[in-house]
Design a protein. Structure first.
Length: 266
């Protein structure tokens, strides 16, 4: 029975990885995944669905839809998840935003402090002239706090992680048709503070640079607040900042976005 359960667990892990790769190929730098990571401790299968609809009429008329979905599989020594996000906005009959991404990641919990991880991702964003971005890579994730002397994790209001790795990135640009591929270093600092069972704050910063050209670098930051309204429903506010030192021609180097909405969990 133990052997059958173990084989079944390995099969689910393999299916999770294949699902992520196949789904990635059906959608057209790395989106900030740390801000979307699920830190549930108990083994199991978790899902989260978020949506936001904005409608304005009068002097300015526009409609904007944001949606996100994720599913997590947690085992004693494994955490795999798939995340999909889509956003589209129209003003006076014309799109002013249209973007999406899909990400699949596997983290292997061989110890409490150091965790190897691998990932694949696909994205597009019409309004930064990005037809398609494909990437895949891996690295190490380190937990910095919340340990007893024997190395066991203890409950902590603060959770702090750093991560570092390498990824191969392929981009296609809409306006020029340019198709580029390069190796990037990807590094992050992630923190979460839980004031109580209902209120939490988080902040995540990414720094990515091309291995062959250090001037080609990006910085991403996401800060957020999450308020649990009742079981399975939460209100969240997010501030997102993105800086690209070498964007496509005609595209600004930075984007700043403030979002709020509801999230359903089960």
């Amino acid at each position: 029975m133990f052997l059958m359960n173990r084989q079944y667990g390995y099969l689910k892990i393999a299916l999770w990885t294949v699902m992520g790769i196949l789904w990635s190929s059906t959608l057209a730098g790395q989106v900030n995944i740390e801000g979307l990571r699920n830190e549930n401790r108990d083994p199991g299968w978790y899902n989260r669905l978020g949506t936001l609809l904005t409608i304005q009429d009068g002097n300015t008329r526009f409609v904007k839809i944001d949606g996100s979905w994720r599913t997590d599989l947690l085992r004693e020594h494994y955490h795999g998840f798939v995340i999909a996000k889509y956003a589209q906005g129209r003003q006076n009959g014309k799109d002013f935003q249209k973007k999406a991404f899909l990400h699949q990641r596997n983290t292997f919990r061989q110890g409490q402090r150091i965790m190897p991880e691998i990932f694949v991702q696909v994205a597009f964003d019409d309004f930064v002239d990005l037809r398609r971005r494909l990437l895949g890579g891996g690295g190490l994730r380190f937990r910095l706090n919340g340990f007893e002397k024997n190395g066991a994790v203890t409950p902590a209001a603060w959770q702090v992680y750093i991560g570092s790795g390498l990824m191969w990135e392929n981009e296609q640009i809409n306006s020029t048709g340019e198709d580029t591929g390069l190796l990037r270093s990807t590094n992050y600092l992630s923190w979460t503070f839980k004031l109580d069972e209902r209120l939490s704050f988080s902040g995540i910063g990414y720094w990515q640079l091309a291995v062959e050209d250090f001037a080609d670098q990006r910085v991403l930051f996401e800060g957020g607040m999450n308020v649990s309204i009742w079981k399975g429903v939460a209100f969240n506010v997010n501030l997102n900042y993105r800086f690209d030192n070498q964007p496509p021609a005609g595209i600004k180097k930075y984007d700043l976005e403030l979002q709020n909405g509801l999230t359903l969990r089960w």
